[in-house]
Design a protein around this ligand. Structure first.
Ligand code: PFF
Length: 466
């Protein structure tokens, strides 16, 4: 264990690092946000642009972030400061990571609200399984409206929403307080393999029982007329959210990586695993939704409302529903742990306090914001905190945090990271960390120096003002 504030822990192995980073990347973003965003933004055009964003922007930024962390071996702002110092560059660049740490904290607060919904559905399906037994579909004899009404029913119950949110947050805090190897790594090493097992089973099940071909053509038919500025910004925001970028999360995890880990290769594995899970999640969810004759553009309701209705018609529906939400819970927990770790590492190293105390301080802050998010579905429904900004004119507290972090903090954080790594930091230092050579190295460098900052700035501008 590290001493209060000063010591530094490392992952116990390269595979532990990969599992933890994949655990951070794979989460509600893949299972809940990706299908919702794809469905709301017209399917194929969004998906294609999303893949483009992952390859040309997400992957180079991911490598840049873990590289900064590994060189710095400290919390994200301190790591940037160390890279700047070793490059004789202004240490003020650390602000890019301070913004990131703050954004991670904001995301954590509303992420745990959705984590709470997942816990609620675990309860609903477990109860249903006990009531109706294994064989039949879920929710026997209940009307679809009734099943769809479960989520608004939960939203209407402010006390339950807050309780579930805080419960999810406290579980996250428990693992972060235990530290890198016995907490964060433990969750990843045990839960991620379980996640993949359940995920595979459900995807195969969905492919055989659902309307697979409609889902494939929906997700992979590209209609370029649908590729508007807003769709592009949504795709870039989703790529960043899904890969945990622009918010210091991957810098923080990179800081626990050993010197002999090849970061280029590792980043490739993380990005492939995350994108694979997102696409497969679409291929697992949409066939089930189409087979039940439901709409693809149900947005955030897709996973929580359409899918449970679809489970009704399926053999072993309650068991599949339960397995599905347990799987999502595992994915969400390994992500929320990384969201809490980024600000916690900053607080305990900066103020030289113990990890546990820092966890409680950050967790308490997230709890306050989380309560406001949870209540924005009921008591605070009419509260639009950024109503003076046109794109947030009618967005409640929860959606405002989601929008501000994915559409502003993440792209801006990434632009600054690219400029820092591509132009400011010492090229030799960067080259010695990235694990790339030859053409791959040249390509990565060109992407970080030119393509990413320019494309991101254009997309940001068009998405906000175009
Ligand atoms: N990547 C996570 C997901 O897809 O659910 C969310 C996330 C985790 C974003 C950690 C940012 C982060 F630092």
């Amino acid at each position: 264990m590290a001493a209060a504030g000063s010591g530094h822990e490392n992952w116990s192995s390269r595979s532990a690092f990969i599992l933890a980073a994949v655990g951070s990347a794979v989460g509600l973003g893949n299972m809940w946000r990706f299908p919702a965003e794809a469905g709301e933004n017209g399917g194929g055009a969004f998906v294609l642009f999303y893949i483009f964003c992952v390859l040309l922007i997400g992957l180079p930024v991911l490598l840049s972030e873990v590289l900064i962390g590994r060189h710095g071996q400290a919390n994200a702002p301190e790591s940037v400061r160390r890279v700047a110092r070793d490059s004789n560059a202004p240490e003020g660049w650390s602000v890019l990571a301070s913004m990131g740490v703050f954004a991670a904290f904001l995301i954590l607060s509303f992420y745990c609200v959705v984590g709470g919904w997942v816990v609620y559905y675990i309860g609903v399906f477990a109860n249903d399984l006990v009531q109706t037994g294994l064989a039949g579909g879920a929710f026997e004899g209940r009307a679809p409206d009734d099943i769809e009404g479960l989520l608004p029913g939960l939203f209407g119950n402010g006390g339950l929403m807050v309780g579930l949110n805080l419960g999810f947050l406290v579980v996250t805090m428990f693992f972060v307080a235990r530290g890198v190897s016995s907490g964060i790594e433990w969750v990843a090493v045990y839960l991620m393999p379980l996640f993949f097992l359940l995920f595979l089973a459900i995807t195969i099940y969905g492919a055989f029982t659902g309307n697979f071909s409609d889902a494939v053509s929906y997700l992979f038919t590209f209609d370029f007329s649908k590729l508007t500025g807003e769709v592009m910004l949504a795709a870039v925001g989703q790529a960043f959210f899904s890969l945990s970028l622009g918010v210091a999360g991957m810098m923080t995890y990179g800081a626990y990586a050993n010197r002999d880990t090849n970061l280029g290769e590792t980043s490739g594995i993380i990005a492939s695993a995350d994108t694979g899970v997102a696409l497969l999640a679409g291929l697992a969810i949409f066939p089930i939704v189409f087979a039940a004759g439901l709409s693809a553009s149900a947005g955030p309701g897709l996973m929580f409302q359409s899918l449970p209705i679809a489970f009704q018609a399926m053999p072993f529906g309650s068991l599949i529903g339960l397995a599905f939400f347990v799987m999502v819970f595992f994915a969400a927990l390994t992500s929320s742990v990384s969201l809490l770790e980024a600000p916690t590492a900053y607080v305990f190293e900066k103020f030289n306090i113990s990890r546990s105390v820092a966890t409680v301080i950050v967790g308490a802050g997230a709890a306050v914001l989380g309560v406001l998010s949870a209540l924005s579905f009921n008591d605070l429904a009419g509260f639009y905190p950024l109503s003076f900004i046109p794109i947030f004119a009618e967005t409640n507290f929860f959606d405002t945090l989601d929008g501000v972090t994915a559409k502003l903090f993440m792209p801006i954080g990434a632009i600054l990271t690219c400029i820092f790594v591509g132009w400011i930091a010492d090229a030799k230092l960067i080259d010695s960390e990235n694990g790339l050579d030859g053409l791959l190295h040249k390509t990565w460098r060109a992407l970080v120096r030119y393509v990413c900052p320019i494309v991101l700035t254009v997309i940001l501008y068009v998405g906000l003002f175009g």
